[in-house]
Ligand binder design. Structure first.
Ligand code: F6R
Length: 291
């Protein structure tokens, strides 16, 4: 796990955008796993800027979102589909048929979850998965006690998550109780993972995920089992890391380290740099994990 700490949210967002941009330049038809919420907003703004000003090309990109609220349609401004459309998709040249967001209104959730998993596989698997982290340590909506081998399914949101996300709704009681989410096992199959976190509220979850034991209490801790995870943190989110001096040491020594051939973006440089592209009703889950 590579832990990179930046001074502020803006630098975290730009560093994340640099990683996404370099992935797309290395593989124009890359499959991206995407998150919603406050954390990746700056990343999406920077990607939109890169597309507009520097020609970052999304024409062959395929995206799979992590999750969606059960009961909210695509056109509901509180849905994650709507969030993605407003904050990224409608501002870049992504093909509509290449966008996948779990359905919050399907008639058959079990069949949908199986289909979603199959579509990820048929698309070649996720090359780069972007993640935020919940204050309870969740990734996607894999709440504490989720199986670390879980697949896409319906989850009941934890009280803490409902409270955290009430800011997006008129009234706390409007927050859906169920969500459809990729599983921890689904997420761990991505070739590369980018975990972003900012703000002091995330500091305990970040410390537990990176330095604590691997446990279903903090589903983000399962990322310790993955061989290619980059954690991009601001100083507040990193404030409870016990090994912060070590991470900063590693970060400072990066420029002199041998470059890993398999990874085109072995850099903690926060500036986005890349070559311009050439012209051109809830049911139970599928048996894995709890409802
Ligand atoms: C959203 C998602 C969640 C969020 C997490 C943090 O698609 O998968 O895991 O990343 O709840 O949310 P914010 O960024 O709003 O603090």
């Amino acid at each position: 796990m590579e832990v990179i700490v930046h001074e502020n949210y803006d630098l975290v967002s730009r560093a994340a955008a640099a990683i996404v941009a370099q992935t797309l330049n290395a593989k124009p038809n890359a499959v991206l796993g995407l998150a919603t919420g406050s954390t990746p907003l700056g990343l999406y703004q920077e990607l939109v800027r890169c597309h507009r000003d520097e020609g970052l090309d999304f024409s062959q990109v395929v995206t799979f979102n992590l999750d969606e609220y059960v009961g909210l349609s695509k056109n509901d401004p509180r849905s994650y589909y709507y969030f993605m459309r407003e904050n990224l998709f409608r501002h870049v040249n992504i093909a509509p048929q290449n966008i996948y967001v779990p359905s919050g209104t399907t008639d058959n959730y079990q069949a949908f979850c199986t289909w979603y998993e199959r579509r990820i596989q048929e698309s070649g698997g996720i090359d780069l998965q972007v993640l935020g982290i919940g204050s309870d340590g969740h990734i996607g909506f894999n709440e504490p006690s989720s199986s670390l081998g879980s697949r896409t399914r319906i989850k009941t949101l934890a009280r803490q998550t409902i409270d955290d996300n009430a800011r997006f709704f008129d009234r706390p009681e409007d927050v859906p109780i169920y969500a459809i989410t990729m599983g921890v096992g689904t997420i761990l199959e991505a070739r590369q993972i980018l975990l972003m976190a900012n703000g002091a509220k995330k500091a305990p979850a970040v410390a537990a995920a990176i330095e604590g034991p691997v446990t279903s209490r903090i589903t983000a801790s399962a990322l310790q089992m993955h061989s290619d995870v980059t954690c991009l943190l601001d100083t507040d989110a990193a404030s409870q890391l016990e090994m912060i001096d070590y991470y900063r040491w590693v970060q400072a020594k990066h420029p002199g380290a041998p470059v890993r051939a398999s990874r085109p973006h072995f850099s903690s440089h926060p500036t986005v740099r890349y070559d311009a592209p050439p012209a051109r009703s809830p049911v139970r889950s599928n048996g894995v994990g709890s409802l």
